[in-house]
Ligand binder design. Structure first.
Ligand code: SF4
Length: 200
């Protein structure tokens, strides 16, 4: 009769224990799909970062989808004019949580040399920026350095706790606007006041 081992030594070394936060963040930081928001000359350097010489694929970020619903990190590369600014914000809002933003170059970070009536003085006036990259234009290596800084930042995040309150805060006004599904019927008592439970 064959002997059945109670412990399979073959799996030794293949099992790891970790925390959920660490595992989630590890997956997120190594699959940051960019939304390439190329608005001016910095976009050429962004394109170079994706080419073979610099190979952004080494960091898991080669998947530039051009669809906000499939993106994790918006890379704003170029001068943000007022004409484009609201389009950028709209695309940002279409990206699902969790999401991050890199301001690439002087123009995206601060308006750069364009101290003019037509140019937004930094994309952080509209959307939250996680990493700023200096330069006019920054080289592709600088973008890769920024990407690595963002990966470091994600490593330290609380993967769910940091996300849920923000989501709740965004959704609360919309939910409060909705009519209750069964108005004034609560706990089987018709006419009872609606629940005071909130999302906070
Ligand atoms: S920072 Fe320089 S290179 Fe980049 S978009 Fe502005 S002017 Fe062009």
């Amino acid at each position: 009769m064959p002997q059945v081992a109670a412990y399979d030594s073959k799996i030794e070394g293949n099992v790891i224990f970790t925390q959920l936060d660490a595992a989630m963040n590890w997956m997120r930081k190594n699959s940051l799909w960019p939304m390439p928001m190329g608005l001016a000359c910095c976009a050429i350097e962004l394109m170079a970062a994706a080419a073979s010489r610099f190979d952004i694929a080494r960091f898991g970020s080669e998947v530039m989808r051009f669809s906000p619903r499939q993106c994790d990190v918006m890379i704003v590369a170029g001068t943000v004019t007022y004409k484009m600014a609201l389009a950028v914000k709209r695309i940002w809002e279409q990206m699902p949580e969790p999401k991050w933003c890199i301001a690439m170059g002087a123009c995206a970070s601060s308006g750069g040399m364009y101290r003019s009536y037509a140019v937004l003085q930094g994309i952080d006036q509209l959307i939250p920026v996680d990493v700023y990259i200096s330069g006019c234009p920054p080289r592709p290596e600088a973008l890769l350095e920024g990407l690595m800084r963002l990966q470091k930042k994600i490593e330290g995040e609380q993967s769910f706790l940091a996300q849920k309150p923000r989501l709740a805060a965004e959704l609360a006004p919309e939910i409060q606007r909705r009519p209750p599904v069964r108005a004034y019927v609560r706990g089987g008592i018709v006419g009872a006041p609606p629940s005071k439970r909130t999302l906070a």
